[in-house]
Design a protein around this ligand. Structure first.
Ligand code: SAH
Ligand code: SF4
Length: 366
């Protein structure tokens, strides 16, 4: 059956063309056709000629990441549902900035997630499978294609690995996808325009540090006390705070990049003690803290429900960090009305949920 063309680097494609007796520059043409012009099949790279297309179709295939649904939030956030060849589905979220001139794309790295953080809809649904590099990249290519139908100058400004799944539990394909996104003849995304979010898989952080990768790092911390974090993010039992923070400090030393710490706060964790503990944990680090009032997830009514902290609770928490001069921001909530906000992705058609189905123009048919 061969390899998904969207998982192949430019070098892979050039080598393959050479092996099959074609000039290597053809590989470059294929790469640009797929990544820059978003070709979804051989016919969409007509410059190649029929003979090479016929030969290479024995080695390469266009993996199917088919657009199944798209929903628009009142705030302009769009959630895409993609189904893959084996029937697994994933969600990808496109978030506008203030004036919607720049967009952030949030891609999934796994169908489901095995980590099982208690307030995450993806985690509550369990793990289904890892995505390939091609399936990760295809989410961006398909979104660009669909958006360009409406606005030809559409461009992704930032790309975050914060959709479904834990990127460092699918590390190789994620690292390949990063290289594919970064490739000059592809989307040419700057490393600093991309961010990986992890629940705290320390070896993944060490890997980025050792590679001196300039890709951004966000760590989903949620609590600064092991006993509490153990109950929220099960990965904490494997990599407790001391191990995680040591990896973070090594990453900062190697890359000189500021780490973002994500704090999804509940009524129980938005306390002064937690805020004080966080300032101690981050002492001496170049960090940024993102506070997110926990988003509601509706998976199963028998599962625990987490209440958002009050505005007053949030302000008091924030004040502790500000007092210690730790940069802190309150994440603006985007896409909650279509269940596209942090932790709400499930890879299911949202037809049974809230929001406006196919409210974006032009309508994309199923
Ligand atoms: N697995 C990675 C990336 C995907 S989750 C990670 O955990 O970092 C993306 C972000 O959503 C993480 O920061 C995660 O902690 C957060 N999140 C999960 N459930 C949430 C919820 N109900 N409300 C707010 N944020 C949530
Ligand atoms: Fe997985 Fe991240 Fe959700 Fe935790 S928050 S279950 S790591 S996707």
């Amino acid at each position: 059956m061969g390899k998904d063309v969207r998982s192949c680097s430019e070098k892979d494609l050039m080598a393959l063309c050479g092996e099959r007796g074609f000039p290597e520059y053809r590989g470059r043409q294929i790469f640009a056709g797929v990544h820059r012009r978003g070709a979804q099949c051989w016919d969409e790279i007509p410059s190649l000629g029929t003979e090479i297309r016929k030969t290479l179709s024995c080695d390469l295939f266009f993996g199917s990441v088919a657009l199944a649904d798209r929903r628009c939030s009142l705030d302009g956030t769009r959630k895409y549902l993609f189904c893959m060849a084996d029937g697994e589905c994933i969600e990808t979220v496109l978030i506008p900035d203030g004036e919607a001139k720049r967009w952030t794309l949030c891609v999934s790295t796994q169908a489901g997630c095995a980590v099982g953080c208690v307030f995450c809809a993806t985690g509550r649904d369990g793990f289904r499978r890892n995505l390939t590099a091609g399936e990760i990249v295809a989410q961006a290519l398909e979104v660009i294609r669909a958006e360009k139908e409406m606005r030809p100058d559409f461009k992704i400004g930032n790309l975050v690995f914060m959709g479904m799944g834990e990127p460092f539990l699918n590390r190789e394909p994620v690292m390949q996808a990063i290289d594919l996104f970064h490739a000059e003849r592809g989307l040419n995304m700057g490393m600093r325009k991309m961010t990986i979010s992890t629940c705290g898989v320390a070896p993944g952080i060490l890997h980025l540090a050792a590679a001196r990768s300039q890709i951004g790092l966000a760590v989903s911390l949620h609590s600064s006390c092991d006993a509490v974090r153990d109950t929220l993010v099960p990965m904490n039992k494997r990599y407790p705070l001391a191990v995680l923070m040591e990896a973070c400090r090594y990453y900062s030393a190697q890359t000189h990049r500021r780490i973002t710490f994500e704090m999804a706060l509940t009524q129980e964790t938005c306390t002064l003690e937690e805020a004080e503990a966080l300032t101690k944990l981050l002492k001496g680090m170049t960090a940024h803290v993102n506070l997110i009032p926990v988003n509601p997830v509706s998976v199963n009514p028998t599962q625990p429900h987490y209440e958002r902290p009050s505005g007053r609770q949030m302000s008091r928490y924030m004040a502790v960090l500000e007092r210690e001069r730790i940069p802190v921001s309150l994440r603006e909530e985007k896409g909650a009305d279509i269940e596209a906000a942090c932790g709400q992705l499930r890879g299911k058609s949202g037809r049974e949920g809230v929001g406006r189905v196919e409210a974006c123009e032009p309508i994309i048919k199923m």
